[in-house]
Design a protein around this ligand. Structure first.
Ligand SMILES: Nc1ncnc2c1ncn2[C@@H]1O[C@H](COP(=O)(O)OP(=O)(O)OP(=O)(O)O)[C@@H](O)[C@H]1O
Ligand SMILES: [Mg+2]
Length: 333
């Protein structure tokens, strides 16, 4: 297997909720991420899926050290960066970048496209004007944009083109790891496949590693090698993408998969499929035991007690004792 590049070990991120104007005190905690462990190897794309509020972006930010962790360890390129301060982080910032969902976010409306792409280069490298221009042209070319785009303004671009600019910016410092936080969710369906193909090509050409965050498993199936499924701050299932999609073990993954092609829950129920009922609970007051139990059709008494540990099966990790008992997995070779 390829070398390990980035790793989260037992990471939790809690946000304190404070009350009282004069003497603010902590009255509750948003448990956004709870004991999450993830590995990303060189050249690998790991998908991270789950409903809104399940803690995906916070996990991505923790991996990039854009967010402090409450407990646990963050490693990058063999170094423990959990407690690195701004100055130390500066040295590795260029090696790990992020692309956000909203293409607007990566385009300052008052900056021409060429300047937007040049910005990270200006921060990290000392280049002559001619060299800068050449590098910007090469980056635009890599993301499938003509060099004439350098002189355009963001409002003159389509959503898909703006997202390509976001990707060019992320590539500017020649990173090894890119966190892609729902990079295609805001795009028109017809454009989504093009941007996914671009990301796939770039990964192969440059040997990039991705943490690809998405709501559902559709895009993840296209781009990723492995996938981790999050529910209310915890990873509930993790494995090879093909295995997880062909034979999801956790009831939440099963429900998530069934909701992919069926946007009409009434029709889905009529066809006897289980769909996700109700809302994701609040991470301020997670349900006892397995956080998914109030929405799970298979739940039994023990599911209401202790949160299940993520147990390692030969080719999968899953946090559901019932799924483990009934798992019919092929024997690992
Ligand atoms: N800075 C913060 N302060 C307090 N709570 C926060 C903060 N950032 C995130 N949260 C909370 O943490 C939880 C997880 O948020 P996060 O943005 O990681 O979810 P997500 O899975 O990325 O959701 P989405 O799919 O909507 O982007 C949410 O309940 C959110 O409200
Ligand atoms: Mg998010």
């Amino acid at each position: 297997m390829a070398e390990l590049l980035a790793q989260l070990t037992d990471v939790s991120v809690h946000f304190p909720v404070r009350a009282g104007l004069l003497l603010p005190r902590e009255v509750a905690r948003v448990r956004a991420v709870e004991r999450v462990s993830l590995d990303i190897h060189k050249g690998e794309a790991l998908g991270l899926v789950g409903e809104s509020g399940s803690g995906k972006s916070t996990t991505g930010r923790a991996l990039l050290r854009l967010q402090d962790v409450t407990t646990g360890r963050v490693q990058f390129a063999g170094q423990d960066i959990t407690h690195w301060q701004r100055r130390e982080l500066q040295a590795i910032r260029r090696r790990m970048t992020v692309v956000f969902q909203d293409p607007e976010a990566s385009c300052n409306p008052r900056m021409r496209i060429g300047d937007a792409v040049a910005e990270p280069l200006r921060v990290h490298e000392r280049l002559t004007k001619a060299e800068l221009q050449r590098r910007v042209g090469a980056l635009l070319d890599q993301v499938g944009l003509d060099t004439s785009f350098a002189l355009r303004w963001p409002h003159e671009l389509s959503g898909g083109q703006r997202q390509r600019v976001g990707i060019a910016r992320a590539l500017a410092t020649d990173p090894e790891l890119i966190v892609l936080d729902e990079p295609i969710s805001a795009l028109d369906v017809s454009i989504q496949a093009q941007v996914l193909n671009l990301l796939d090509d770039l990964r192969k050409q440059r040997g990039l590693s991705y943490l690809f965050i998405a709501h559902d498993l559709g895009a993840v199936a296209h781009l990723c090698d492995r996938v981790a499924v999050m529910y209310l701050g915890r990873v509930v299932e993790q494995g090879e993408v093909g295995d997880v999609i062909d034979a999801p073990l956790h009831p939440y993954t099963q429900a998530l998969l069934r909701s992919v092609p069926l946007h009409d829950p009434i029709a889905a129920r009529a066809r006897g499929l289980q769909v996700l009922d109700g809302e994701i609970p609040s991470p301020l007051a997670p349900p006892s035991g397995c956080a998914f139990h109030p929405r799970c059709r298979s739940a039994i008494a023990e599911c209401r007690q202790l949160p299940p540990e993520l147990a390692a099966l030969p080719t999968r990790q899953v946090a559901c004792p019932i799924a483990i008992r009934t798992a019919q997995l092929p024997i690992a070779s």
